[in-house]
Design a protein around this ligand. Structure first.
Ligand code: GDP
Length: 422
């Protein structure tokens, strides 16, 4: 049936205007009425100029709490703003990394950033899998672009930059920028840019490439693809140049005009990021990075498109298979927990028995000691009693002797008196 239908397809000329050529306009109107979301992640060490660059790019001051250099770990701070340019509404989310590069050990610094990106993908996937989903009106939380700020001090990338960028490349559209590019000379900047690109190339770090398929933007995009990394200068201050006021930074030796292409690449970055390629960044996020996340996540959950015999897998079968697998896992866990519990009880029982035995032995020992002490005390008591009896006997004998002696003494004077009388 499909073959006959294809064979039957014919091109027809219309005899007059019917109106479906307005479909693109209908689409545009619908999208404009709904508004757009764009989420930027700024990764870079504290004080490299992330907040200032965001304010410079969008021409307004975004209030952002100044990060300290004493954060214990990297934290991500997110702020959302509603912006409007003509009739187009943009919900802009800027995510900053606070404390990046400030710890003594930076080994794990990339983790909170990856976790944040994954968490946004997860939110989107949850919405997609809901029974009652509303993706059209859903505020897309996924990160569409990551501006990675490289320090202008030094000759190339630091190990932290390379590791973080390598981890981020498959998760997000990565655009490297050199922050505070006004603090180094033109020549040093040229060398720094060359060294950075060579290093990214030799470590195989994939950075975002502006698309060149669409012929309207192919020329500008392919020329800018050779300008990475963008050397940017940020400022929200107005400086007077001749009789014009421009955004810039005033120094004792002159002024850096942030929107002057001879001074820095801010205008190029703004053009590429906002005017020419914003939609491509959003699309790449969806079709490349989110798709990869979704595929891995669904595979992890047991979903497959085909079974080992290349037969397409039905959702029902996948669900049943996953359910059975989970039940098996649960039973296995239950069994091992039960076994663990039994072992624990046995261990505790053995410990208690051991303790009881120890206590019994201790009790017996104390009893023996007590008995021996009692025996020796009784022995002593007996000895004492005997001593007391002997003493009493001696006392009685002494008393008797003393009585007799006294009696003897009292009779002698009488006898003397008698003798005298005679
Ligand atoms: P963050 O911590 O990365 O957000 O950095 P901030 O944007 O708060 O900037 C820190 C300091 O650097 C502020 O005093 C800014 O005025 C200054 N700053 C920002 N951008 C530039 C720049 O492009 N060049 C120079 N020389 N200083 C800058």
């Amino acid at each position: 049936l499909a073959i006959t239908q294809t064979a039957k397809q014919r091109s027809l000329e219309l005899s007059g205007h019917v109106g479906f050529d307005s479909l693109p306009c209908q689409l545009v109107n619908k999208l404009v009425a709904r508004g757009f979301c764009f989420n930027i992640l700024c990764v870079g060490e504290t004080g490299i100029g992330k907040s200032t660059l965001m304010s410079t790019l969008f021409g307004r001051t975004f209030e952002n709490e100044e990060a300290s250099h004493y954060e214990e770990e990297v934290r991500l701070r997110s702020q959302t703003y509603d912006l409007q340019e003509n009739t187009v509404k943009l919900k802009l989310t800027i995510v900053h990394t606070a404390g990046f590069g400030d710890q003594i050990n930076n080994e794990e610094s990339y983790k909170p950033i990856l976790d944040h990106i994954d968490a946004q993908f997860e939110k989107y996937l949850e919405e997609e899998l809901k029974i009652k989903r509303s993706l059209f009106n859903y505020d897309d939380p996924r990160i569409h672009v990551c501006l990675y700020f490289i320090s202008p001090n030094g000759h190339s990338l630091k190990a932290l930059d390379l590791i973080t960028m390598k981890k981020l490349e498959s998760k997000v559209n990565l655009i490297p920028v050199i922050g505070k590019a006004d603090i180094i000379s033109k020549n040093d900047l040229k060398n720094l840019k060359r060294n950075i690109m060579n290093e990214l190339l030799s470590y195989g770090v994939q950075i975002y490439q502006f698309p060149t398929e669409d012929e309207d933007v192919a020329e500008i995009n392919s020329s800018i693809n050779n300008c990475f990394p963008f050397a940017v200068v940020g400022s929200t201050d107005d400086v007077k140049i001749g009789n014009r006021m421009v955004k810039g930074r005033m120094y004792p030796w002159g002024a850096v005009q942030v929107e002057n292409e001879d001074h820095c690449d801010l205008v190029k970055l703004r053009e590429m990021l906002l005017r020419v390629n914003m939609e491509d960044l959003r699309e790449q996020t969806h079709s490349r990075h989110y798709e990869l996340f979704r595929r891995c996540k669904l595979e992890e959950m047991g979903f497959k498109d085909t079974d080992p015999d290349s037969q397409s897998f039905s959702l029902q079968e996948t669900y049943e298979a996953k359910r059975k697998e989970l039940i098996r896992e649960l039973q296995h866990k239950e069994e091992s927990m039960r076994q663990m519990f039994v072992n624990k009880v046995k261990e505790t029982e053995a410990e208690l028995k051991e303790k009881e035995k120890e206590l019994q032995e201790r009790f017996e020992q104390l009893k023996r000691l007590h008995h021996e002490e009692k025996k020796s005390l009784e022995e002593k008591r007996r000895e004492l009693e005997e001593e007391m009896n002997a003493f009493n006997r001696r006392k009685v004998a002494a008393d008797t002797l003393m009585g007799q002696a006294l009696q003897g003494c009292s009779q002698q004077p009488l006898k003397k008196d008698k003798d005298k009388k005679k």
